[in-house]
Structures are given as structure tokens and as C-alpha cells.
Design a protein around this ligand. Structure first.
Ligand SMILES: Cc1ncc(COP(=O)(O)O)c(C=O)c1O
Length: 411
């Protein structure tokens, strides 16, 4: 199609005055409805497996049966899990803030010295926002199909003592959908050992396993256990794992989990106790009764998969029809998680997003997948299809494809 025809067809699209939105990485209404049985599930029985009354104060580490659920999500033993409030992101912020201002598990506070976070890119914008807010400088490393480029990461940890943390989304990562290989997981678990002085120059891994059971492909994807590797490397208190039920039950009213070594957990508990007596144990108990074992969890996730799979298939089909064999774009084909990562020719992502908006499709701002909102190549766009219908995704992919082709033709 020549440029004139493209311009005409695009003008026709604009005239349709569509209103579509693929910015929202959140479950659709049918997905959250899968967990409506949470409401009323306790039926007057508020007593936990250890005899505690969920309605009352106390139990900062969470109730035992909910820690079992955290164990299923993180692959850590239940004794090393803290079941907390409704947001893992809030826990990540809290841990980072504690590391920076106070220190954790024998590390000194970092605030006196410049400290940096290693950020595999493209990555999750809210990790970057929290890091920037706390004054921690961000250094990018490449995210490959098998995880972060570990040569780049190890080089930084060995040669730049101001690098103090690393962000990881190890399974169905946001936004590329990649899952880290066993070699990468082992090398990450070993990173804190590359530091000779764990007090003045500590290194912490933030292991955000937000999509650990969120497979929608034909086979569940296996992720090597960071816990096993951390035990072998003796780095348990330098790895902090996170998970939540946000994309399992009710996104705004789930349970978040944190897992690490006992030393780090006790330190965190002590600091938390200054600000809270206990998290919402009634909600924890509801979750534990709703998802009492791994089999029920797997069954439940199959129901999510049945809902989201057609949305990702429609995304793939639309991109293939519009952009396959044009040489203008590459995109990921995730087998789980919430996103597709689209790369357009360098220098065009912002223009593509603007064109799409003019045709009635909102996409996540170009650059959002990089620290400081700055994609140096201006090439990456995150697509989030779960909060739309199949018909909306189909229409949206036409707009995306036309926008990429028009932007390229205009250049
Ligand atoms: C990688 C990642 N971590 C964390 C979150 C948010 O988790 P929570 O709802 O538990 O705060 C998201 C949400 O999109 C995410 O993509």
C-alpha cells in the first residue's frame, strides 16, 4: 500500500471515532467475577488453623493457612512467608525505602551514599517510579528471552559498588513475557556474594514474581526456584521475593506476600510494627478457604487462562495480519502474564502512540517501559489486552498496525 492510500485509509479509521483502551494491565470483569465466592465464604467461622481469631489484632506475619498460599505462589516454605495487605507493590516500596533509609539484615543505610538500581529493560513502570521517588538512580541492562543479560549485571555488581538493588520479574515478565532460565536464576541468586562487604556495600535482589501461576499457554512454564538457589548460595537474606493474588482473585482486594530469609523478615517485622498491628487477617482467611491447596489454585488459574487466551490470540492474529512480513515490527508471543511488547522502528514509538490516539486507541505512553520514561531508541510499546473484549482487541490491532505503517511511510 502506498503512502497516499495509507493516509486515506487511516483518515477513514479516524472518522469512525472509536474509543478503545489497551493501557490497562488489569483483569477483566469476567476474571474478577471468578472469585466472587470469596464474599461470604467464612460463613461466621473466623477461627484460623492456629486458633487465632481473624477478626482481632495481631499476627503481623499473617495467618498460617494464607502463608501456605504464599508458598504456592513463591516456592518458598510457608515459614519464610509474610502474608500482608492487598498490594505487593506497596511491600516493594516499603522494603526499598527501608533498605535506603535504615538498612536491612545487617546492611547499613544507603542514603548517605549514592545508590543505584539495576533495571532490566523493558520493565515495569511502577518499579521505576518507586525507585526514582526514593532517589535511587537507575541503570539499564538488556532483558533477553531468557532473562536479564547476566554479563552486564555481574559486571555492574562487581565494578560499581553503588549498585545496591536489582529489579526482577522472573516469570511472564512485564512487558515482554519472558521467563528467566535456570542459569539466569542461579546467577542472580549468587549476585550478593559478589560483594565482599555486605554491610557497607550490600546487594539486594527484588524478585517480583507477580505472574508465577499466570500461564495461559498449553503447558505451564517452569521457573527455577530462587529459594533453592539462594539456599545453595547462602544469600537468602539478600533476596526478597514478592507475589500477590491481585491477578488471581479480586485485584483491588487480594493478599500480597513477601518471602525472604528469617533475619530480613524479623527486621522488617520490627519496622512494620511501628506502623501497623496486623494486616487484614479476615481477608487472608477468606483467601485461604477459597484457594486451600495447589490443585484448587491451578484449577482457578485455568479459568483465568480460558478468558485471557482469546484476547492474546486476537492480539497476535491482528499484529500478524497488519505487520507480519513488513519488516516494520517485532513483538513478543507470551505464554502467560498480561502484556505483549511491541518494537517498532527506532524513533517511531511516540509517533505510533500519537497516531493511534488520534484514531481513538489509547496505548501506554511510549517510554513508560524504561526508567525515567526514556526509551533511548523510542521503539518499545506495551500492549495490555486483558481489559478489553476480543472485538475491541481486533479493532485496536488494526489501528496499531495502520499507525505503524503510516508512521514508517511518513518517515
Ligand atoms: C510486575 C508487577 N508487579 C506488581 C504489580 C502490582 O502488584 P500488586 O497488585 O500486588 O500491588 C504489577 C501489576 O501490574 C506488575 O505487573
Amino acid at each position: 500500500m502506498n503512502r497516499q492510500t495509507l493516509e486515506r485509509e487511516f483518515a477513514n479509521l479516524v472518522e469512525r471515532e472509536l474509543s478503545l483502551n489497551l493501557t490497562r494491565g488489569k483483569p477483566g470483569t469476567a476474571q474478577v467475577a471468578l472469585s466472587d465466592a470469596l464474599d461470604g465464604i467464612l460463613d461466621g467461622n473466623f477461627i484460623c488453623s492456629d486458633g487465632a481469631d481473624a477478626r482481632n489484632y495481631g499476627g503481623l506475619r499473617g495467618i498460617p493457612e494464607c502463608c501456605e498460599l504464599g508458598s504456592a505462589l513463591t516456592d518458598y516454605p510457608a515459614e519464610l512467608i509474610m502474608a500482608a495487605g492487598n498490594s505487593s507493590l506497596q511491600l516493594m516500596y516499603f522494603v526499598l525505602e527501608t533498605i535506603v533509609n535504615y538498612g536491612l539484615a545487617g546492611s547499613g543505610a544507603l542514603r548517605e551514599n549514592p545508590c543505584k538500581a539495576i533495571c532490566p529493560v523493558p520493565g515495569y513502570d511502577r518499579h521505576f517510579a518507586a525507585t526514582e521517588f526514593l532517589g535511587v538512580e537507575m541503570v539499564c541492562v538488556d532483558l533477553n528471552d531468557d532473562g536479564p543479560d547476566m554479563d552486564q549485571v555481574e559486571d555492574l555488581v562487581l565494578n560499581d559498588p553503588s549498585t545496591s538493588i536489582m529489579w526482577c520479574v522472573p516469570k511472564h515478565s512485564n512487558p515482554t513475557g519472558c521467563t528467566y532460565s535456570e542459569t539466569v536464576v542461579r546467577r542472580i541468586a549468587n549476585l550478593p556474594r559478589l560483594r565482599s562487604d555486605a554491610h557497607s556495600s550490600p546487594f539486594f535482589v527484588f524478585w517480583d514474581n507477580a505472574y508465577s501461576v499466570h500461564d495461559f499457554g498449553t503447558e505451564p512454564v517452569a521457573l527455577s526456584s530462587i529459594f533453592d538457589h539462594a539456599v545453595a548460595a547462602e544469600t537468602l537474606d539478600r533476596i526478597v521475593a514478592f507475589a500477590s493474588t491481585s491477578k488471581i482473585t479480586h485485584a483491588g482486594a487480594g493478599v500480597a506476600f513477601l518471602a525472604s530469609g528469617n533475619w530480613l523478615l524479623s527486621d522488617l517485622e520490627a519496622r512494620l510494627s511501628v506502623m501497623i498491628i496486623g494486616f487484614d487477617k479476615v481477608n487472608q482467611l477468606r483467601h485461604a478457604r477459597f484457594l486451600p491447596d495447589r490443585e484448587r489454585l491451578a484449577e482457578h488459574m485455568q479459568k483465568h487462562a480460558a478468558i485471557v487466551r482469546p484476547l492474546f490470540e486476537a492480539t497476535e492474529k491482528g499484529l500478524q495480519e497488519q505487520l507480519g512480513n513488513t519488516g516494520l515490527a517485532t513483538w513478543t508471543q507470551p505464554t502467560g502474564g498480561y502484556f505483549v511488547s511491541l518494537d517498532v522502528p527506532n524513533g517511531l514509538a511516540k509517533e505510533v502512540v500519537a497516531l493511534a490516539r488520534s484514531a481513538g486507541l489509547q496505548l501506554t505512553a511510549a517510554g513508560a517501559t524504561f526508567p525515567y520514561g526514556n526509551d533511548p531508541n523510542d521503539a518499545n510499546i506495551r500492549i495490555a489486552p486483558t481489559f478489553a473484549s476480543v472485538e475491541e482487541v481486533e479493532a485496536a490491532m488494526t489501528i496499531v498496525g495502520m499507525s505503524v505503517r503510516l508512521a514508517a511511510a511518513r518517515r
